[in-house]
Design a binder for this molecule. Sequence first.
Ligand code: G4P
Length: 519
Amino acid sequence: MLTEAGRRRTFAIISHPDAGKTTLTEKFLLYSGAVQEAGAVKARAGRRRATSDWMAMEQQRGISITSTAIQFNYQGHVLNLLDTPGHRDFSEDTYRVLAAADAAVMVLDVAKGIEAQTLKLFEVCRARRLPIITFLNKLDRPGRPPLELLDEIQEQINLRPTPVTWPVGIPGDFRGVVHRPSGDFVRFTRTTRGTTMAPEEVVPAPRAAQEHSEAWAAAQDEVDLLTAVGASLDLPSFLAGDSTPLFVGSALTNFGVRHLLEAVVDLAPPPSPRLAADGVRRALEAPFSGFVFKIQANMDKAHRDHIAFVRVCSGRFERGETLVHQPSGRQFSTKYAASMFGAERNTVEEAYPGDVVGLVNAAELRIGDTLYATEPVAFPPIPTFAPELFATARPHDTSRYKQFRRGLSQLEQEGVVQVLQDPDGDPAPILAAVGEMQFEVLTHRLSTEYGAPVHLTLTPHRLARRTDSTTAAALSSTRGVKILRRTDGTLLAAFESPYWLDHLQGEHPEWVLESILTE
Ligand code: G4P
């Protein structure tokens, strides 16, 4: 069991849309031998998308809404790549995927650096102390000076970059990289759109100095500077989420992909005993346990299916085994278990800590639920994040009220939006989200899957904090604040202005106003 767990690396790639996440995912598969030619994943996803209305919306927007887990082997290791949805804006889904990952690869476009829209995503990783490996992508094109990007990472997310490879030549006139641990130069050769692995030529430093005199000297100066300021690989601080090993390259032309993949294997941590709600860590070799981090329903209209994605925390999962659903205490059959490759499903027979299993027809499972075999355990709930958008929801057609409520309850259970109620006001539900996309998905699905088109009216509130009943009572008569109750009983204080919140917090430091909402 420990050997199997030790071989696994479970990680997510996080990036701003267009930074190259999809391209890099494909290249990982190419380098692992899981696909013969890059382009396969996109093509495969495209074929499948055309078969479902739900996916049609994704296609229209040119984005991927659904997240999947891809498993592949590399150098005797099993890599589980959790795909975070590449939204133009945030969604709570992304945060939940990060709760199931042991590390993240942050892809930055060298021309853009850290973009405001995705800053929050990186901050979440940082706050959760998830070890992050950084990949500076698109060095085959003109971009910003890499040293400037190091400053940006340090300043904006308070993460100390420690480059392992460093570019020789400038973005746009990229010659290759210095591999700092060996001091060698790895020369870059362009491949046609990178359909095959990039040829890599390792050149000893003295020859590199002769052949690329100026570019090499400039790179050496920068490397000396990095060494002088202590920006060198530091494993303990990486594992603590304080520093980030940084690699440079070009996913499109495959350059630097191998270094990065090796870093995932060599540096990213294997699954470790997970902390349970009682404060005790569940040993990896304990009987099976896992938790649901994502639910997808009605992906395929013909089947009305409902898939719960479970991250294995301990023990061996065997398809067919009967587990216990911790919150209800009921038995749960795992006859229909699947692993995902792109949009295709394969039956999974067994899985180990770090792996992701898709349980089909799992309508009773909720996000955060624990499943176990023989030895009981409960993992803490997955934190939810303070919503920033609020809207009152009313069905267009009041005769469809029942369908509207049923749809809303299902979509809430899947975590598409949070459903709130104003205890003293309008009985219409108030929906809350961290990204606008969540509302779009909800509107689309209520109408197509439940035949209950909905009318959403945005409220003026811009942020919320979890609160308690004492603070809620004190705030209830304050202007610009609304107290709302989530279905699970959590009290939220919604504010119209962040300045107002700051002001109130300054005046009343004793008030409970938390930004990450644990249950
Ligand atoms: P995403 O999943 O993060 O949204 O990004 P994706 O991989 O789809 O990449 C976005 C665009 O950037 C794509 O171009 C892709 O080819 C390009 N790209 C990715 N990595 C590199 C790189 O290292 N160098 C360069 N020059 N470009 C890169 P596109 O025109 O939008 O799509 P396509 O027509 O190439 O598929």
